[in-house]
Design a protein around this ligand. Structure first.
Ligand code: ZN
Length: 158
């Protein structure tokens, strides 16, 4: 994903991971929505501003809102900003990669449908079925790392 970002091909990344892997690998802050939160971050409950989870982080945001741990638990409300960005970018996408998700968890699971409705080509890379397989323009039932590496190589060779 970082290689796609560096090639200017990654417009936005919607993640259901909370493990901070994408940020650690170098994905830019403005290119990612973490729908389920991030274990390494805290977040203002009012304005959504994010803070590193350090011992000396403030208790209150500059806007006055309370800062809490940024982990979305089952039945918690989704973070509004992240969700809004995810929907907006899903509408704008021309190519929509779904990587390593069965798309069972909502609302992330319905985002590819929005992309498709707005003209995107859908590429699914997932071992095992996804709930939206019938919508895919390209479907890889393979290891995502292998497929993504091949895609990056093809792009570089063009
Ligand atoms: Zn705030």
């Amino acid at each position: 994903m970082v290689k796609l970002q560096d090639l200017g091909m990654l417009k936005f990344l919607i993640s259901q991971n909370i493990d901070n892997l994408h940020r650690t690998s170098g994905i830019q802050d403005d290119l990612i929505a973490e729908l389920h939160g991030n274990v390494t971050l805290a977040r203002c409950q009012d304005c959504g501003k994010k803070y590193a989870k350090t011992w000396d982080r403030p208790n209150k945001c500059s806007c006055g809102g309370p800062i809490k741990s940024f982990i979305i638990k089952f039945n918690d409300e989704m973070p509004k900003q992240e969700l809004a960005h995810a929907f907006e970018h899903s509408k704008q996408a021309d190519v929509y990669l779904v990587v390593g998700s069965s798309l069972i968890t909502q609302p992330a699971g319905s985002l590819p449908r929005i992309a498709k409705r707005n003209g995107a080509k859908l590429i699914f890379i997932n071992r095992g079925e996804t709930t939206l397989d019938r919508l895919a323009d390209l479907r890889f039932n393979e290891n995502s790392n292998d497929v993504l590496t091949a895609i990056v190589e093809e792009i570089k060779n063009e």
